[in-house]
Ligand binder design. Structure first.
Ligand SMILES: Nc1nc2c(ncn2[C@@H]2O[C@H](COP(=O)(O)OP(=O)(O)OP(=O)(O)O)[C@@H](O)[C@H]2O)c(=O)[nH]1
Length: 211
């Protein structure tokens, strides 16, 4: 029964939805697979959408990341908006060895900007297949073009490799931390409680040097 005025001391669960968008074969499924299973496999094209869950346990809360991996093939384009609805974060993935895929990621950005207010979603531009740097077609992110583009839209940027496990965890963590800041400026005020709401905090990446 009811134990009185003190709320129960169970850990609340925060649900946080991340959607992966981008051209076919840029490595969306591979990034999700690497992050959730810490593994890499040659995989078949995604049909429709696939779904991964990552549970992150912290001292005072549990974070459940729902990772929605969409299909990049054009024939699935018309259903993609069903998947990014309600997302807290979007990773716009391109392949650094294929310049066309960056163009596609920029189109996704336009589409998201129509659907979401600036503060409603955290967006990261992710150049994948860093292990193939010698076949690079898209200049390094630090090039003027990329940097200006990111700054003008206040995006997060990272170059990753699902294959060699480069910056994969970091990109998910960076997105989570940015979302936490958005939340802090809005409803988030401190002690955990009050049912289920978007995630506010993610633990720092263990690979990051202590600040
Ligand atoms: N070298 C290299 N290959 C990768 C990397 N990530 C993915 N691949 C390969 O690229 C191909 C496509 O990867 P997927 O993860 O299926 O790509 P996707 O974006 O999910 O593709 P769709 O499901 O069609 O949208 C596969 O052969 C992967 O093994 C990477 O970081 N480096």
């Amino acid at each position: 029964g009811d134990q009185g005025h003190e709320p129960p001391r169970h850990c609340p669960t925060y649900i946080y939805k991340v959607v992966l968008l981008g051209s076919t074969a840029v490595g969306k499924s591979s990034l999700a697979y690497r992050y959730v299973k810490n593994d890499f496999q040659e995989s078949l094209p995604t049909v429709g959408c696939s779904f991964f869950t990552k549970i992150i346990r912290m001292e005072s809360a549990t974070v459940k990341l729902e990772i929605w991996d969409t299909a990049g093939q054009e024939k699935y384009h018309s259903v993609c908006h069903l998947y990014y609805r309600g997302a807290h974060a979007a990773l716009l993935v391109y392949d650094i060895t294929n310049k066309e895929t960056l163009g596609r990621a920029k189109q996704w950005l336009k589409e998201l900007e129509k659907e979401f207010l600036h503060d409603e979603i955290v967006i990261a531009l992710v150049g994948n297949k860093m292990d193939l740097a010698e076949e690079r077609e898209v200049p390094l992110f630090s090039s003027q073009e990329g940097e200006e583009f990111a700054r003008s839209r206040s995006l997060l940027f990272a170059e990753t490799s699902a294959k060699s496990n480069h910056q994969v965890k970091d990109v998910f963590m960076a997105v989570g931390k940015t979302w936490g800041k958005h939340e802090a400026s809005q409803a988030w005020t401190g002690p955990l409680g009050r049912g289920c709401c978007p995630v506010a905090l993610l633990p720092p990446s263990p690979s990051a040097p202590a600040a």
